[in-house]
Write a protein that binds this ligand. Structure first.
Ligand code: MN
Length: 232
């Protein structure tokens, strides 16, 4: 058996808008229910409890324009458009008031989900990894540095499935703000440069089949497009 070695620069990375440089990814954190309407459609009550988190492997990233393979072991593969925060620095127990100075930029992402496996995990109290952390489960577009202008507080966030608008909300609808999310997450983990945070999805999630197209965006950020490939 050979020793697994790490070539220089061989970490997952994401395009940076208007730059040849790429953003090296450390970890991918995701927030559960974070829009009131989606929390209600999933049977929850917003802000009744603090935000909760799960993770995807850094190499689950798939950049806009690449075909997303339809994953194995599911009959209910779904999209969730999300605002993604890209940290430029980190720390522990970051105060919400200090969170913005750790944000390098923002991107549009899709938290691809095996909804049937997630429902089964919820029912049995098992982990979400197979439902959320599978190959190519973290769709993402180019990161727009904050220095180039962050999305407006009331920016719209949307997703079209085969051209039909399915998700439409505003960042002001976030149950927990980006700053509150960074603060809470940093009480559990040492946050670091290269950490991406998927901030949760609004209402309107739905299933995909091979051949489908999803387009998604947040006002002020590069829109993203994915086609769903053949089943793995
Ligand atoms: Mn999500």
């Amino acid at each position: 058996m050979t020793v697994p070695t790490v070539p220089p620069g061989a970490v997952p990375s994401v395009a940076i808008e208007n730059s040849d440089a790429r953003y090296g990814v450390h970890r991918i954190y995701c927030v559960g229910r974070n829009y009131a309407e989606h929390a209600r459609e999933m049977g929850g009550d917003p802000r009744s409890e603090p935000p909760f988190f799960f993770m995807k492997p850094a190499d689950a990233l798939i950049e806009s324009g690449h075909p997303v393979p339809y994953p194995a072991r599911t009959a209910d593969f779904q999209y969730e458009v999300e605002l993604v925060v890209a940290l430029g620095s980190g720390g522990r127990r970051i105060a919400a008031e200090e969170a913005d100075r750790h944000v390098f930029g923002y991107a549009v992402g899709i938290d691809f989900t095996r909804r049937d496996l997630q429902a089964a995990a919820k029912g049995t109290g098992r982990p979400w990894d197979v439902a959320k952390g599978f190959d190519a489960s973290a769709g993402i577009g180019a990161i727009r540095p904050v220095a180039a202008g962050p999305p407006a507080a009331g920016a719209s966030i949307w997703l079209k499935h085969n051209g039909a608008l399915r998700q439409s909300a505003h960042l002001s609808d976030l149950t927990w703000t980006v700053q509150e999310i960074v603060a809470e997450l940093s009480t559990y983990f040492s946050l670091a440069a290269g950490d991406l945070i998927y901030t949760g999805t609004p209402a309107g999630v739905g299933p995909l089949v091979p051949g489908d197209t999803v387009e998604a965006g947040v006002d002020g950020l590069a829109p993203i497009t994915f086609t769903v490939g053949a089943a793995l």
